[in-house]
Ligand binder design. Structure first.
Ligand code: GLN
Length: 313
């Protein structure tokens, strides 16, 4: 009889092989020029189970731009600072519109729908920045990632940050618009600078799956026994990931994969199988909603074969 660990290793390898052969890869993000240079044929998958076993396939050690996946971790940090008061600044409803929608922000008078659309994440970054210099706030975010992944080698890709800083006109529009409603407390350039830089954190699938373990295990890192956040908070972060983590593709992701997940335009997805595993996948080609195409396909295969959907095995 195949052991559960052997099964997980086999399934991860099978999926990595299958994904390598797929012709449908989506389109790499081009609105951030530096991301347009990434090779669309890359694919990585890492699953870390409750015992700390690491199952890896494909380009599992190659760092990529985590982009909006960083928003899960800035939300966690900001909840630590502001507690539930945070929900006065941003909502927690699915947006049903694009991640950089301006029209929705106008309609809702500068209060972003949720912490994962760009406007919401910029408001959260502003909250972390308050009372600090941009450099200190960014250092805090980076150190949090290094602590969670247990890896001090994680860095920010300055070329990606600079590329977005030069071209991020829409984010500047969203930030200025929120500022006009008094939603942002700090100078817009400072908040945006920290936001672009935390989006430009580069991590491999293995590092990202390591960083997500506390969400898979009710707020505790099972390797160290340390509590990162209280159980209730971890469960709630997962619920926001399920409902809002893929923008206007969140319904489709829940339908097909059945796990909380957060995507980034670098092609990464962090997915959480509660009580079972922390999962990171990377396939740079995106679908029309800006979510990794093969990343979603791979996760759909994984949850089906492992019986991990939160809606029933
Ligand atoms: N830094 C990107 C942006 O602000 C993040 C978007 C994403 O990953 N969906 O546009």
């Amino acid at each position: 009889m195949e052991s559960p660990t052997a099964k997980l290793d086999r399934v991860v390898k099978e999926i990595a092989d299958e994904m390598r052969q797929r012709p449908d890869r989506g389109e790499v993000a081009s609105y951030i020029p530096e991301l347009a240079r990434v090779d669309a044929s890359r694919f990585g998958l890492v699953v870390i189970d409750a015992d700390g076993h690491v199952a890896a396939g494909g380009d599992s050690e190659t760092p990529f731009s985590i982009q909006s996946i960083s928003k899960v971790f800035t939300l966690t940090l900001a909840l630590g600072k502001a507690g539930d008061r945070l929900w006065q600044r941003v909502g927690r409803e699915p947006s049903g519109s694009a991640f950089n929608s301006i029209v929705q922000l106008e309609y809702e008078r500068g209060i972003p729908r949720n912490p994962f659309i760009n406007a919401g994440a910029i408001a959260i970054t502003d909250l972390i920045l308050s009372g600090h210099q941009p450099r200190e706030a960014l250092g805090e975010i980076l150190r949090f990632m290094q602590f969670l992944a247990d890896d001090d080698s994680i860095t920010i890709d300055e070329a990606v940050a600079a590329s977005e800083q030069r071209t991020g006109f829409r984010n500047a529009a969203l930030a200025n618009y929120m500022k006009s409603f008094g939603v942002l407390s700090n100078p817009v350039e400072h908040t945006l600078g920290v936001y672009f830089h935390h989006c430009a954190i580069a991590m491999s699938c293995r590092q990202l799956a390591m960083a997500g373990r506390f969400l898979a295990h009710a707020g505790r890192n099972p390797a160290t026994g340390l509590t990162v956040v209280q159980k209730e908070r971890a469960l709630r972060i997962n619920s926001v990931m399920l409902m809002c983590g893929h923008y206007d593709g969140s319904g489709e992701f829940a339908y097909r994969v059945g796990l909380p997940g957060k995507s980034g335009v670098g092609g990464g997805i962090l997915a959480i199988a509660p009580g079972k595993a922390s999962i990171a996948v990377w396939a740079p080609g995106l679908d029309a909603n800006g979510n990794s195409h093969l990343g979603r396909v791979a996760l759909e295969a994984l949850t089906k074969r492992m019986g991990w959907s939160i809606f029933g095995a």
